[in-house]
Design a protein around this ligand. Structure first.
Ligand SMILES: O=C(O)[C@H](O)[C@@H](O)[C@H](O)[C@H](O)COP(=O)(O)O
Length: 233
């Protein structure tokens, strides 16, 4: 079962996940001279990224990658690459080596093997930061999306796969995505899920019921105690 860490305030949650992330990245740097960190977009991680951007670390040896990306250019308002450049890859962390997921082309399904080959060089990640949507998606593992089952195999050798979400699940957002696979999450040193609010806690609690088929529940069950959930109201 995942470790569920509940905090009295969002500030305390951010302090704790910042400390855990730093400890794990520093341990990897000490052990192998480099650290590999895969991060989510979404709004929730912004305060963690602000704290990390200020951290004194050997950023030039930290490899930052994405958990998922919309199939959009880096200047698009919903690009996770753009979000990271604004929030994390600034300040002291500007020296980190960042690997985007988006490559040229119209079709993420056609490009997935190219991105997978690039991301395979970063797999296994030392730390993976996940978020969760109100529909129980995590990364770009959306309920009943095209490509979901291929990406949901715990022993998948692929690191990255393409996803086409149902239009009704991403109203006003992009359907075409790339995502880390459950295989990549399973191989990671540690996986953190950062969520806030009572509504998301209720979704997470319901998803972890063995009868639930929601992606976040399937991921939590597959990862067991290698997943730590950081939550504050
Ligand atoms: O947006 C993304 O990059 C991810 O696809 C997604 O999995 C995200 O982490 C959740 O939707 C939570 O988003 P919020 O943090 O904005 O609630």
């Amino acid at each position: 079962m995942a470790n569920f860490l509940s905090f009295d305030s969002r500030e305390a949650m951010v302090a704790a996940i910042t400390a855990d992330t730093r400890t794990r990245l520093e341990a990897a740097l000490g052990k192998s001279g480099e650290a590999r960190w895969a991060v989510s977009g979404g709004s929730t991680p912004a305060p963690l990224f602000a704290a990390m951007a200020d951290a004194d670390m050997a950023w030039q040896n930290v490899k930052v990658a994405l958990v998922d990306e919309r199939w959009v250019e880096a200047d698009h308002a919903r690009s996770n690459t753009a979000f990271l450049r604004r929030t994390l890859l600034t300040g002291k962390a500007v020296d980190a080596a960042f690997t985007p997921m988006k490559v040229p082309g119209d079709d993420p399904f056609a490009a997935a093997s190219q991105v997978d080959a690039t991301y395979k060089a970063l797999d296994p990640f030392d730390v993976v930061l996940l978020g969760m949507g109100p529909d129980g998606h995590t990364a770009s593992l959306f309920p009943s999306a095209e490509g979901l089952e291929a990406a949901m195999q715990p022993d998948d050798a692929a690191t990255v796969r393409a996803i086409r979400a149902n239009r009704s699940d991403v109203t006003g957002d992009e359907v075409l995505r790339l995502t880390l696979t459950l295989g990549a999450l399973t191989r990671a040193g540690a996986v953190q899920l950062m969520i806030t609010g009572d509504d998301k806690k209720a979704v997470y609690d319901a998803a972890t019921d063995p009868a639930s088929n929601l992606p976040i529940g399937r991921v939590a069950r597959a990862l067991g105690d290698r997943l730590s959930v950081y939550w504050a109201a």
